[in-house]
Write a protein that binds this ligand. Structure first.
Ligand code: NIG
Ligand code: FE
Length: 414
């Protein structure tokens, strides 16, 4: 049995309590000064002050990590990524720097369509090799659970291959991967004007195979003007739910369509992006358990206005933060960047940011009973910072200050 004690943490953030954390509760992160965590066989078995805990355990029986002058917190959960894809779109990034918009590039056959071409040409083995490297980098930044979407195949074979790569990586990599089927991610030129035909193909031919093979826990759709409408999103997601998948939506990112309200109507696990979410949508979100997943690195890369994180929290929403790592709108998996943007541009406090990257993100991927907090019975997914306080996370701007990563009770980095 592997046994580990982390002791003397100058700040131990537990994030315990009701999940998800709404509004003001996001500031309540269960901080213990001079904290201690006891881990046995991948699971947290005790948490408290070092003095109180060490009275109960014989240190000789445990591997010891002395976290003196270090802050300790739950592993981060990146609850919205597209980390399995082929090819890159660096050229588009320079076009955007010259003033082209994301949607105009998409409309002339670039954007997601371009990634679909290269993803279709990428083998399962290549996905696994490149996926492993990307996961290693994410884990080094303290991510211990990641959600990953398909959506760069847009045909049965490639969508399944993306999901299979995640299944394989989930077995072979320490990272926990939550797979999402995002078949309706874009409409290829050959389906222009025949969007319903494409959607029916996804619903009737791909979705049942995905569900049958147990390849995805969630279904997602890009609900956006000139992509998929509210009605099409409702149809696809309702079909996915009937087959046992939980639901997410790319909602109100560029144009206010009402995807936020649809997320509440269908009690989805999360509504993501929300740059243009209406006041009414935010009010409805606040009265629901749908997680508002904000992706500030995408707004940053697209030079869009940020989602109204401060307003959402003040309205009582349960907010999560994620990277949206993908080859187009946001080619970064940087948690430190997300923290910097949330603090400096979305006016979120570091306590709120931590809740958003841990317990609320866990709820966004349906894992709040297993991860997202340092509590007895939860998986020992823990990060230790190089500095004594969580306040160094936004202060050391966009720099990774995660020194040690503990995944399933084992030291992975450190
Ligand atoms: O979440 N908005 C749609 N999907 C992705 C972008 C995908 C891409 O550009 O390749 C997003 O931003
Ligand atoms: Fe996305």
């Amino acid at each position: 049995m592997s046994k580990l004690i982390i002791k003397n943490a100058s700040e131990l953030v537990t994030c315990k309590g009701k999940s998800p954390k709404h509004g003001k509760d996001m500031s309540d992160i269960g901080m213990i000064k001079d904290g201690c965590v006891v881990i046995e066989d991948e699971i947290i078995v005790d948490v408290g002050s070092t003095e109180e805990i060490l009275k109960k355990y014989n240190e000789q029986d445990y591997e010891i990590i002395d976290a003196k002058d270090k802050a300790v917190l739950p592993g981060f959960i990146d609850s919205h990524t597209h980390f399995i894809f082929g090819g890159y779109r660096a050229d588009e990034f320079s076009w955007r720097l010259r003033g082209d918009s994301y949607m105009s590039i998409m409309e002339r056959g670039g954007g997601i369509t371009s990634s679909v071409r290269s993803t279709r040409n990428t083998s399962l083995e290549e996905f696994i090799n490149i996926g492993k490297k990307r996961l290693d980098k994410m884990m080094a930044m303290g991510v211990t659970t990641v959600e990953g979407k398909s959506g760069y195949g847009l045909d049965c074979e490639t969508e399944l291959r993306q999901l299979e790569a995640m299944k394989e990586l989930n077995k072979t990599h320490a990272m926990d991967i939550v797979p999402t089927f995002l078949g309706p991610h874009s409409v290829l030129p050959e389906y222009k004007g025949k969007e319903n035909e494409f959607l029916d193909m996804m619903i009737n031919e791909v979705l049942p195979v995905v569900a049958d093979k147990g390849l995805a826990e969630f279904a997602d759709i890009f609900c956006e003007k000139n992509v998929f409408s509210i009605e099409q999103s409702r149809k696809f997601l309702s079909s996915a739910r009937k087959l046992g998948l939980k639901l997410k939506i790319h909602a109100d990112e560029i144009v206010q369509l009402g995807g936020t309200e649809l997320a509440v109507e269908l009690s989805m696990s999360s509504a993501d992006h929300l740059l243009q979410a209406s006041d009414e949508g935010i009010k409805q979100l606040s009265q629901s358990n749908v997680i508002a997943t904000l992706l500030p690195a995408t707004a940053f890369c697209l030079k869009e206005e940020y989602a109204r994180g401060r307003f959402m929290i003040d309205s009582g929403c349960a907010v999560a933060l994620a990277t949206d790592f993908n080859p187009g709108s946001c080619f970064t998996n940087s948690i430190p960047l997300v923290i910097a943007l949330a603090a400096l541009h979305m006016k979120m406090s570091i306590e709120e940011i931590i809740s958003a990257l841990t317990i609320n993100a866990a709820a966004a991927v349906g894992r709040e009973d297993k991860v997202g907090s340092i509590e007895i019975g939860k998986k020992a997914d823990i990060v230790i910072l190089e500095y004594p306080s969580i306040h160094f996370l936004p202060y050391h701007v966009a720099v990774n200050i995660v020194e040690t990563v503990i995944k399933n009770g084992k030291v992975i980095k450190g």
